[in-house]
Design a protein around this ligand. Structure first.
Ligand code: FAD
Length: 316
């Protein structure tokens, strides 16, 4: 069966949900092999086995942690040169995309970014991408070299499939060129204790309708164990950090539940949340376009409705 390489996205061995999604997709395409680069493999082992990795290439070396992504691209290229996989999947995040681009140059292969689906086809694999703010869907395939694909978070629902992976240690040799940039300090972002936006099962987002007061949005998010999102209008007004922006020029989310409070539903916002399973809208304008995609809607002032919802949920 064709080998599909999946680059493990992790923080000191804590495997991110995107990797479990990639392994799920890889199992549909062939035999998934995870490539673990960095440190902390012991913490990652069980998750990779739980999601069906048939093999794990383990490249552990402190130097891989000290530098930016260039060494990871070198190691992945090294593994790919030996494994000759049918495809290589990476997470569509800033690091994943940069590694993918460097890898494509090294392997002289075609690269597709931001896929929302990857399927097996007669001529290898084909991918689906959503473009122009979700207005069009593009089906594409790589016609040169090993297909390298970055896949957007939440493109697949992670499905466990226990395996006993074969582990293969990779001897790491990093070129001086790849070591030119060194990480000198890591500063943690303000810890909110909330889940990561793109991985959260529930997202509560606020827009211009908050008037700059995200208190009711955050309170409801905390009552639901949700992440907080924001429209671009709220971000551009300086009310919430850009890291929380949902939409075409922000993040794509696909939670079980998306609450849009004080958001009108511009096409660029929808592009980032239209695959949410259930959408709840709170807007004081009954004609707001976002109601057209609501499963449940409340016409009212979010400063009244959200605290009432929070109170009810907290009581239970
Ligand atoms: P508005 O459109 O002003 O809507 C505010 C809503 O709040 C209204 O429906 C109003 O009825 C309601 N409201 C007001 N007060 C209350 C209240 N007290 N209680 C309840 N409801 C209330 N936008 C994004 O979100 N994400 C993107 O990534 C993004 N990328 C873009 C990229 C490009 C190239 C362009 C051109 C635009 C992009 N935009 C993006 C901007 C987008 O077009 C909209 O301008 C933006 O989404 C509007 O944000 P909003 O819904 O919060 O504000």
């Amino acid at each position: 069966m064709a080998e599909i390489l999946v680059l493990v996205d992790h923080a000191d061995g804590a495997v991110r949900k995107t990797t479990t999604e990639l392994l799920t997709i890889a199992r549909r395409l062939g035999e998934p092999s995870a490539v673990f680069i960095g440190s902390g493999y012991d913490a990652a082992r069980d998750t990779l086995a739980q999601f069906g990795a048939a093999k794990v290439y383990v490249a552990e070396n402190p130097e891989l942690v000290d530098h930016l992504v260039a060494p990871q691209a070198e190691v992945l290229a090294q593994v790919a040169a030996t494994a000759q996989p049918a495809a290589i999947l990476l997470a569509s995040n800033p690091d994943g995309k940069e590694i993918a681009a460097r890898l494509a140059i090294k392997l002289e292969s075609g690269l597709i970014t931001d896929a929302v689906d990857v399927v097996a086809a007669d001529a290898g694999i084909t991918t689906t991408q959503s473009v122009f703010a979700g207005g069009y869907t593009v089906t594409a395939r790589v016609t040169h070299g090993t297909p390298i694909v970055t896949v957007k978070p939440n493109a697949a629902t992670p499905e466990p499939a226990q395996s006993t992976p074969v582990e293969e240690k990779v001897a790491v040799s990093i070129s001086d060129t790849a070591k030119r940039a060194r990480i000198v300090e890591r500063a943690a972002r303000g810890e909110s204790g909330r889940p990561e936006l793109t991985e959260a099962a529930i997202v509560v987002s606020g827009g211009r309708g908050t008037g700059g007061d995200f208190g009711p949005v955050e309170a409801l998010a905390d009552a639901l164990g949700a992440a907080v999102g924001a429209s671009r209008a709220a971000v551009d007004s300086g009310w919430y950090p850009h890291a929380h922006q949902v939409g075409q020029t922000g993040k794509t989310v696909s939670p079980q539940l998306y609450v849009a409070a004080g958001i009108s539903g511009a096409i660029q916002h929808r592009a980032g949340m239209q695959t949410s399973k259930t959408v709840v809208v709170v807007n004081k304008d009954a004609e707001a376009p976002i109601f057209s995609m609501a499963d449940f809607g409340v016409v009212g002032d979010l400063h009244t409705v959200l605290p009432q919802a929070t109170e009810e949920i907290t009581k239970r």
